[in-house]
Design a protein around this ligand. Structure first.
Ligand code: ATP
Length: 618
């Protein structure tokens, strides 16, 4: 106590002239105490950390996704005082026992024993129930108990300016076995959930792959292509994936490229989706028309593609189109082209499906200048950085605009042309679309019962199945198989784009409503009878027996002109009649006429606009 007094005494009392000295003493004392505190705290954390093994996981790599899903399922988040909520768990997470939704809490805040799902709600069938899950917060250390060990989990960001998320997991242990076990368990759980889905990744402007979507696998049976095409492609891809040693023994790069070309809305993207599902591969999509794509970004991206996956290059023909900053809205001013032919507006081709819907979600740097060159693209595709074992799929609506160097064998080994719907496809589409009583027995994925192959399709003129090329196609596709040489390519067949949306059908006939009677029976006004079509509109038609379905499908196909409309357009028409197969079959002639009239009108309007624009300019 005396010692403390003697220490404080000079500071509080004493001669007035020593106040400056006293102040300095105070500063020195404070500084000493703070330094001692910092040194001891850093020594302590150093000491503690020397017992910890720490693993770091970057969001750019798969284990991050596995662990985030695993973490979101930990019961610890129920008790944690700090957590983050999200509706997205790395693409998966529908079956998450730790997730919660509105229905999980009663009004008084207690949790019910059973969880009501959307299916129980008859009034709003198919309602989307958004589930929320807990996740670790940023820059906070959470402690989780796992297999007899306490794990310290910390989520943060890289300090290199990239802002990449990192997950660090530390554990006190002699070896890293427990961390390995943890990663493997997280991977297993993730894969168990991913089994029915495919993951879709999009390239971003930083040269990284961003998970964008997780989709249900599309059954092969739902793709309607002329006989043999699907089988050929699927067998070829399977054959390739099994042949790693064969390629290695011969010193051939273990890669295979597929070029799907042809009219919009003919099933190119859908087929890739279905193949990915069959082969359990994820899809990595690069849209070559993106303004930020450059040689170096593409090379970086190719280096980051995992060994087994589908790499999809969309709009191959649009690779060298430069458009000015799309920020100015119209995107119409086409700038200089670097190499190859340029054309603008390839994206507005009307295809309704595919992977395009996600483009708008990505934060593209639209003002960047496209610096992709043909040699850069070729290097990225088969340079040293390009991953082996990947299946490259490229799609284009304009085969004639491709540089032969791009499509030569080794880069694009298999070519398939997609045409507008043949009568055969129309019939198969119809059968696929409407349920049959026979489907109910199998209760599985609706596999199209193929219509009998018309005689005109039976003779195959294409080369037949050698193990490397596996060609076996109908005449309509035989013409599509370009020779494996870099000779000038034939121009695509029908330039007619038939993906234009069909005109809304006007109600065919309104049933005449009886005039309401006044007075006599003192009744209220009677409502007009409900239109027959509205009464009949259900989500899907009643299952038809096989013979009836076959007859209607034939009638429908008879009314569809050969290769004039895309499958997407036919599908659009059938969707409008999804509960009325009879009406769909008998109304197709009328639809064809209205589609043709609409095309004529659009063509006329376009011509008139062009003439007007020319007059304004001159
Ligand atoms: N051959 C087909 N079999 C089954 N469905 C098809 C087929 N072709 C098109 N569709 C349907 O039409 C829509 C568009 O198809 P998809 O996106 O696969 O066409 P695409 O050829 O890739 O078009 P684009 O060139 O415009 O990208 C999808 O809803 C798909 O289900």
């Amino acid at each position: 106590m005396d010692a403390l007094k003697s220490l404080i005494q000079p500071l509080v009392g004493g001669a007035g002239g020593s106040s400056v000295v006293d102040g300095m003493k105070l500063v020195v004392l404070g500084g000493t105490v703070e330094t001692a505190r910092r040194v001891s705290s850093s020594a302590w954390s150093h000491f503690v950390n020397s017992f910890f093994l720490t693993a770091h996981f970057s969001e750019e790599d798969y284990p991050y996704d596995w662990l985030m899903l695993w973490l979101s399922r930990r019961p610890e988040w129920q008790r944690s005082r700090e957590f983050e909520t999200t509706t997205r768990t790395s693409g998966i997470g529908s079956d998450n026992s730790n997730s919660f939704g509105e229905e999980d809490l009663w009004d008084d805040g207690t949790t019910p024993n059973t969880v009501v799902t959307a299916d129980d709600d008859d009034d709003i069938p198919g309602k989307v129930t958004t589930r929320v899950v807990f996740q670790p917060t940023f820059d906070t250390t959470h402690t989780i108990y796992y297999k007899g060990h306490w794990l310290r989990v910390r989520r943060g960001r890289k300090t290199d300016g990239s802002g990449t998320e990192m997950l660090s997991i530390s554990v006190v242990a002699r070896s890293n076995t427990i961390l390995k076990q943890l990663v493997l368990q997280a991977k297993k759980e993730y894969e168990a959930e991913a089994i029915h889905r495919i993951q879709i990744y999009f390239a971003d402007s930083h040269g990284s792959w961003r998970w964008t979507d997780s989709r249900h696998k599309r059954p092969m049976g739902s793709i309607v292509l002329n006989p043999g095409v699907k089988e050929m492609l699927l067998n070829d891809t399977k054959d390739f994936l099994r042949s790693e040693k064969w390629y290695a023994d011969r010193g051939i790069p273990f890669r295979r490229g597929y070029l799907l070309h042809g009219v919009p809305g003919s099933g190119k993207s859908s087929l890739i989706h279905a193949i990915a599902g069959q082969l359990m591969l994820d899809i990595y999509v690069v849209s070559l028309s993106a303004s930020w794509i450059s040689d170096s970004t593409l090379t970086t991206l190719m280096g980051r593609v995992p060994a087994r996956c589908i790499l999809l290059l969309e709009d191959l023909d649009a690779a060298f189109v430069r458009s000015v900053s799309r920020e100015d809205g119209d995107g119409s001013e086409e700038k200089e082209k670097k190499e190859g032919p340029a054309e603008q507006g390839q994206n507005n081709n009307g295809g309704s499906g595919g992977f395009r819907s996600h483009r708008s979600r990505r934060g593209e740097h639209l003002s960047d200048v496209n610096t992709l060159s043909l040699s850069g693209l070729l290097n990225a595709l088969d340079g040293v950085a390009a991953a082996e074992g990947r299946l490259l799929f490229a799609t284009t609506n304009h085969l004639d605009r491709l540089d032969p160097a791009l499509s030569r064998p080794g880069r694009m080994d298999v070519w398939v042309e997609f045409k507008n719907a043949s009568k055969w496809q129309a019939e198969a589409l119809f059968r696929n679309f409407f349920p049959s009583t026979e489907d109910e027995i199998s209760d599985g994925e609706p596999e199209v019962a193929p219509p009998s192959t018309p005689t005109s399709h039976t003779s195959t003129s294409g080369p037949q199945g050698s193990s490397s090329s596996l060609w076996s196609m109908s005449p309509s596709f035989a013409s599509s198989v370009a020779s494996f040489s870099s000779t000038p390519l034939s121009s695509p067949s029908s330039p007619t784009s038939s993906a234009t949306p069909s005109l809304p059908r006007t109600a065919a006939s309104m049933t005449a409503a009886p005039l309401p009677q006044f007075g006599a029976s003192n009744q209220a006004y009677l409502p007009p009878p409900v239109e027959e079509r509205i009464l009949a509109s259900h989500h899907s038609a009643k299952p038809l027996d096989g013979v009836r379905l076959g007859l209607l499908a034939k009638k429908f196909a008879d009314g569809v002109p050969e290769e004039e409309f895309s499958v997407a357009a036919l599908q659009g028409y059938l969707l409008k009649n999804k509960s009325q197969p009879e009406a769909a079959a008998s109304g197709v002639g009328e639809w064809v006429i209205s589609e043709r009239q609409m095309r004529e009108r659009l063509k006329r309007e376009k011509e008139e606009r062009e003439v007007k624009e020319k007059l304004e300019v001159s």
